[in-house]
Design a protein around this ligand. Sequence first.
Ligand SMILES: NC(=O)c1ccc[n+]([C@@H]2O[C@H](COP(=O)([O-])OP(=O)(O)OC[C@H]3O[C@@H](n4cnc5c(N)ncnc54)[C@H](O)[C@@H]3O)[C@@H](O)[C@H]2O)c1
Length: 265
Amino acid sequence: MVDKKFHVKIGVIGAGHLGRHHIKHLSSHSSVNFVGFFDINEKTSKKISEEFSVKSFKNVEELINCSDGLHIVTPTPLHYGIAIECLKKNKDIFIEKPIASTIKEAEEIVNLSKKNKNIVQIGHIERFNPTINQLKTIIKNPHFIEIERLAPFQSRGAEVPVVLDLMVHDIDLVLSMVDSNIKQIQASGAKMMGTKVDVAHARIEFSSGVVANLKSSRIAQNYVRKIRTYEKAREFVHKQNLKSNREWIKFTKSGKPNRCIYFRY
Ligand SMILES: NC(=O)c1ccc[n+]([C@@H]2O[C@H](COP(=O)([O-])OP(=O)(O)OC[C@H]3O[C@@H](n4cnc5c(N)ncnc54)[C@H](O)[C@@H]3O)[C@@H](O)[C@H]2O)c1
């Protein structure tokens, strides 16, 4: 049996929809000494603590003091305050995406982490999506990219605009696909359910001439995840149907399909 007392001590702050997964995986990871978690909701804390047989801390300070690194998985408006509290105590942090609610907050987190020489990592999980990685091995030189990310409404995540909730994944992907500076951005959106934008379209033009059109909505009828990239004499369509958990990439040449690849994960 491995003695975990020499392993890195990790704690999780926030045990909701996504925090539960962090706790599940960290608490069973062979290289991690999982110290426990803190959630402000007592009912959630009790449930998660029992489900994974892990320690639920009574206050966040105690958890921070006991950990080398922390995963921050609270609603986005709280990321900044908790991240600064952790960094001030010289802890490394993993923050779920988006890093913070505003650019100013994000910059303060990055600046303090640099000053204190702490690691800050953001949960841009789409970078590890097997289909996206497969797609990146196929795409050579796209000159036009279209991405749609649509979802039915749920109140979870609606405390920030859909750009920070959903489109942030696609902005990150586009920046990883295009090796050029951004020349200009045009964007528009609409608030439908509350005070934050729920549907947004953005057109990002790069100095190299590449254009990316992004569409995000959290008030759609169905889940849609779609990436279409255009390059000379080729069109690749990537579509993720969340319900059947099936993915496909279709190649077309001169408008006719000439190859299909199906992915399942
Ligand atoms: N990487 C991804 O693909 C992805 C997917 C979903 C959510 N997220 C991000 O994860 C974060 C959490 O989202 P979620 O869907 O799990 O939300 P959620 O509402 O399900 O969970 C948030 C949890 O934080 C707890 N909480 C609230 N205030 C707290 C505090 N002060 N201290 C400790 N706990 C507190 C709540 O009780 C709740 O259990 C958000 O920033 C969201 O953008 C990322």
